[in-house]
Design a protein around this ligand. Structure first.
Ligand code: FES
Length: 112
């Protein structure tokens, strides 16, 4: 749906293997990650374990290691990896002309 995508800035403003956060009204803080192979993913910025700030974790491959207790969260699905169980909501994201767009409806669903 046109108009439902929020432009949050240039992809080049997100460090490779890093992230930035954006706060969306009604949806809280969203973490937008850029991987080493230049894919972009967006997750709610709360670890499914105890709410750690995933945006401050270390990105490796297509996962992020939570800074609090080192759970590994898959960026594409938000699922905890290995023995750990839990899931962080994902938000649809796309890159268009070098701009990063996140789905506003998706952010609200992630907050629900
Ligand atoms: S809060 Fe993320 S691993 Fe514990």
């Amino acid at each position: 749906m046109i108009g439902d995508w929020l432009d949050i800035g240039w992809v080049n403003e997100i460090p490779v293997r890093g992230s930035r956060t954006v706060t969306v009204d009604g949806a809280g803080e969203i973490a937008v990650f850029r991987t080493g192979d230049d894919n972009v993913f967006a997750l709610r910025n709360r670890c499914p374990h105890k709410g750690g700030p995933l945006s401050q974790g270390i990105v490796h491959g297509h996962s992020v290691a939570c800074p609090l207790h080192n759970w590994n969260i898959a960026l594409a699905t938000g699922e905890a990896q290995g023995e750990d169980k839990g899931c962080t909501p994902t938000i649809p994201v796309k890159v268009d002309g070098g701009r990063v767009l996140i789905c506003r409806t998706g952010t609200l669903q992630a907050a629900a």
